[in-house]
Structures are given as structure tokens and as C-alpha cells.
Design a protein around this ligand. Structure first.
Ligand SMILES: N[C@@H](CCC(=O)N[C@@H](CS)C(=O)NCC(=O)O)C(=O)O
Length: 239
């Protein structure tokens, strides 16, 4: 979404994490964390969405989406970037009503990472870190107290966001920023999960109105709705 907002063009390749494509050695060589997204720009290889957007923003867009904004907006970028979307998603997919993924899927990822570590000695450290990440993640997910506390913290962030956009078009005011792009994916995923979506059900809610503004952006429609490259099973399901 940020790339679209910056009016940059790129060649995109879908890395289907539901099929563990991010575990492939070819991908881990580029991005030793084995997570999406990764940006390749000539000699530069970057990962972590914040590092990618900051780089693109500084190099090609004069800080339009991030650096030219006030500290308050930058704080929102941090706050939303930390939103525990993966934990909340798995809490619905594994523990919640949808039950799409079982806890075995996490055990499979741990086993897979150790197996790849054996087969690819040059990437062994990266694969062991990935295994350790999923071991810790599975423990956190199995800890009801931990999940409940993440949900509560997230609820507070949503209330703060609702307050922030009460009298503003975007988080920064008149101009869209990277904070709004992160908010777009957080809010979309929550609606898709049916978790912490209390604001979505009331059309007059300020947060719902803000979400509808985000959904009206060409960048949102392109990435979340109309992107022909995204296979059906990876698409968001918004009621
Ligand atoms: N902080 C990172 C998060 C990246 C991340 O965790 N990506 C997840 C999907 S949202 C992923 O690629 N997971 C792959 C996997 O778990 O194997 C960023 O903003 O880029």
C-alpha cells in the first residue's frame, strides 16, 4: 500500500506464507528472518516493512509518507507496527471459532526449520532462529493470560486510534502517512477475523468512518481488493 501511495512501481512476487514459501532457502538467503515483506532494489536488500518504507520514502519521495511528518505520527507508526496481529490472528485461527489452522501447524514450522537447518549448513543459524521464534510463539499462544493481555492492550490502541481520527481525516491530519497504511492492514485483518471489530458494526463510529476512508483510497483497493496477483485463499474476507 505504501508503494502505491508513493506512486512507485515495482515487480511484485507473492511469497505464500501459508505454504511456507518464506522458509525456502532461496528466500532465506535474501531475508534471514524468513518473513514477508522483502524489498530488492539493485544492490539493496531490505526487510521489515518499516525499514523498507523508510528507505523508499527517503530515497524516492522526500519523506512524503513518513519523515516529513511530526513526531506524533512517527509514534503512531511505532505503535501500530507493534500491534500483535500475528498473535491475534492465530488466536482465532487456532484457538478461536474458525479453527482453520491447528496447533500442529506451528509444530510443523518448528520441525521444518530444524530440517532446513540440517540441509542448509550455510543458513543453519537463520533456520535455528526461525525455529526458536515459532517455539516461543507457540508457548505465548498457548498461554491464555498472555493472549488475553494482548487483546486488552490492542483494544486500548484501537480506542486511542478512534480518538486520534475523531476530528482528522488521517492520523497525521490532512495528509496520509505510513501510519494509515499500517492501520489499513490492522483494521482489515481484525474485521476479517471477527476479533476486536466492535467499531466496525456501527457505521457512525469514528473508527469505522476512518476505515471507510482508507478503503476508498486507490492504493487500498489495488492492494487489498483488486490485486490480480493475490490468490483467492490469501484474500481478506470483509463482510
Ligand atoms: N515486523 C515485520 C513483521 C514481518 C512478519 O512477521 N511477517 C509475517 C506475516 S505478517 C511472516 O512473514 N510470517 C512468515 C512466517 O511466519 O513464516 C515487518 O513489519 O515486516
Amino acid at each position: 500500500m505504501a508503494i502505491e501511495e508513493l506512486q512507485l512501481s515495482c515487480v511484485r512476487e507473492v511469497v505464500d506464507i501459508t505454504k511456507n514459501a518464506s522458509f525456502e532457502p532461496r528466500y532465506m538467503q535474501l531475508n534471514p528472518r524468513g518473513v514477508v515483506p522483502t524489498l530488492v532494489d539493485g544492490e539493496q536488500v531490505l526487510w521489515d516493512s518499516r525499514a523498507i518504507v523508510r528507505y523508499l520514502d527517503q530515497r524516492y519521495a522526500n519523506g512524503h509518507l513518513w519523515d516529513a511528518h511530526a513526531e506524533e505520527t512517527k509514534a503512531w507508526i511505532d505503535r501500530l507496527h507493534k500491534f500483535p496481529l500475528m498473535l491475534l490472528s492465530y488466536s482465532v485461527w487456532v484457538l478461536g471459532k474458525r479453527g482453520e489452522k491447528s496447533a500442529d501447524i506451528l509444530a510443523d514450522k518448528v520441525g521444518r526449520a530444524y530440517r532446513y537447518a540440517e540441509e542448509n549448513p550455510e543458513l543453519a543459524d537463520a533456520y535455528r532462529r526461525k525455529a526458536a521464534f515459532f517455539e516461543t510463539f507457540a508457548k505465548e499462544l498457548g498461554d491464555a493470560q498472555h493472549v488475553a493481555s494482548a487483546i486488552e492492550t490492542s483494544r486500548i490502541v484501537l480506542e486511542q486510534l478512534r480518538e486520534q481520527v475523531r476530528a482528522r481525516r488521517w492520523i497525521a491530519g490532512d495528509r496520509i502517512s505510513f501510519a494509515d497504511c499500517i492501520a489499513a492492514s490492522v483494521l482489515s485483518r481484525l474485521v476479517d477475523l471477527g476479533l476486536l471489530d466492535f467499531w466496525y458494526r456501527d457505521r457512525s463510529d469514528r473508527l469505522r468512518a476512518y476505515f471507510d476512508r482508507l478503503r476508498g483510497r486507490d492504493s487500498y483497493r489495488f492492494v487489498f481488493v483488486g490485486d490480480p496477483q493475490i490468490p483467492e485463499h490469501l484474500r481478506l474476507r470483509l463482510p
